[in-house]
Design a protein around this ligand. Structure first.
Ligand SMILES: [Fe+2]
Length: 262
């Protein structure tokens, strides 16, 4: 995959000087999305939003995010280029560092882009990284991924996709969103809780067996009974589940194959 984006470099003090147009994109995105997630995001995520206290008028510096993560779960964000290999990704998670590419989408791609930008990483993922259960799962996941083979990593990637990126969960107030891929997308935030997609009770082996496409709204979402389920899963034998999922094989996709690029 090629990219049109380049992550911005910090100066000697670690400060990243984004152009005003980038701050304006952040402002548009956060203002709009804070309204859309109302009543749709899970409480734990909203608690994290409150703790992070993200600025609206400018892109936050990673050091500001780190102060909050450090004080809550001991996590950090790490600056990376736009695209990183699986190996680097797992190394970072295994050392409780969440990768953040320091670029923001262009005005033309406000609603949709395939590459995770700083809005996706910070607004989508960092709130729940203040939650000990979610943080523990993400850490355990990184350690497993680091030790896994190339083949096993593909199954782990699907588990990540169906939880950390696109997970839903039951709450006393009804079904809510915790996945960062959903919560950083206005369209998918509304669509995921509508009657259009299929909702299925979370099963890690089933999640690993479910193919996905990164460039469409998801046809199927897995629903956790509660967020603690991820913490419990972190202490189960996930690699054994990978083995079972590998033996059982992939489910037929619920979507058309991606058209070949011209
Ligand atoms: Fe993500």
């Amino acid at each position: 995959m090629s990219t049109m984006y380049v992550a911005r470099e910090p100066d000697a003090t670690g400060f990243i000087d984004y152009p005003q147009a980038d701050h304006a994109v952040w402002n548009t995105l956060i203002t709009r999305q804070l309204k859309v997630i109302e009543g749709r995001a899970c409480r734990e995520y909203l608690d994290g939003i409150e703790k992070l206290n993200l600025p609206h008028d400018r892109i936050p510096q990673l050091s500001e995010i780190n102060r909050v993560l450090e004080a809550t779960t001991g996590w950090q964000v790490a600056r990376v280029p736009a695209l990183i290999p699986f190996q680097t990704f797992f190394e970072l998670l295994a050392s409780k560092r969440f990768p953040v590419a320091t670029f923001i989408r262009s005005e033309e791609e406000l609603d949709y882009l395939q590459e995770p930008d700083i809005f996706h990483e910070i607004f989508g993922h960092c709130p729940l990284l203040t939650n000990p259960w979610f943080a523990e799962f993400t850490h355990a996941y990184g350690k497993l991924g680091l030790a896994a083979s190339k083949e096993q990593r593909v199954y782990l990637a699907r588990l990540y996709w169906m939880t950390i990126e696109f997970g839903l969960m039951e709450t006393p107030q009804g079904r809510k969103i915790y996945g960062g891929g959903i919560l950083s997308s206005p369209k998918e935030t509304v669509y995921s809780l509508s009657t259009a997609p299929t909702h299925q009770a979370f099963d890690p082996i089933e999640a690993m067996r479910t193919p996905y496409r990164i460039d469409i709204l998801q046809p199927l979402y897995f629903v956790l009974p509660d967020l603690k389920r991820l913490f419990d899963l972190a202490h189960e034998d996930i690699m054994n589940m990978v083995q079972t999922a590998t033996r059982l094989g992939l489910h037929a996709p619920r979507f058309a194959p991606k058209p070949e690029a011209a």
